[in-house]
Ligand binder design. Structure first.
Ligand code: FES
Length: 80
């Protein structure tokens, strides 16, 4: 299993829209974090598609090591 790149060690706090589909970057290479920009090409990673349950701010994982992907679970603290 490939290890993703750590895009950042803090989550991105982003307002998401209820019902809308988003593509979360799983590889860590995207320049449009925390979302996929296609940079995973050639890696074994695929973006994770998900939709927001409510319109509100979410903490999205950027260290790519969360066990609750695409959401932050605080795991970035262990990577510092
Ligand atoms: S750019 Fe990272 S999953 Fe697409």
């Amino acid at each position: 299993m490939e290890t993703p790149e750590i895009a950042d060690t803090t989550p991105a706090i982003i307002e998401l829209e209820e019902g809308k589909t988003y593509f979360w970057c799983a590889c860590g290479r995207s320049k449009k974090q925390p979302f996929c920009d296609g940079s995973h090409k050639g890696t074994g990673f695929q973006p994770l598609s998900f939709s927001a349950e409510k319109s509100k701010k979410y903490f999205l994982c950027q260290c790519k090591h969360s066990s609750k992907k695409p959401f932050c679970d605080g795991n970035h603290k262990h990577l510092l």
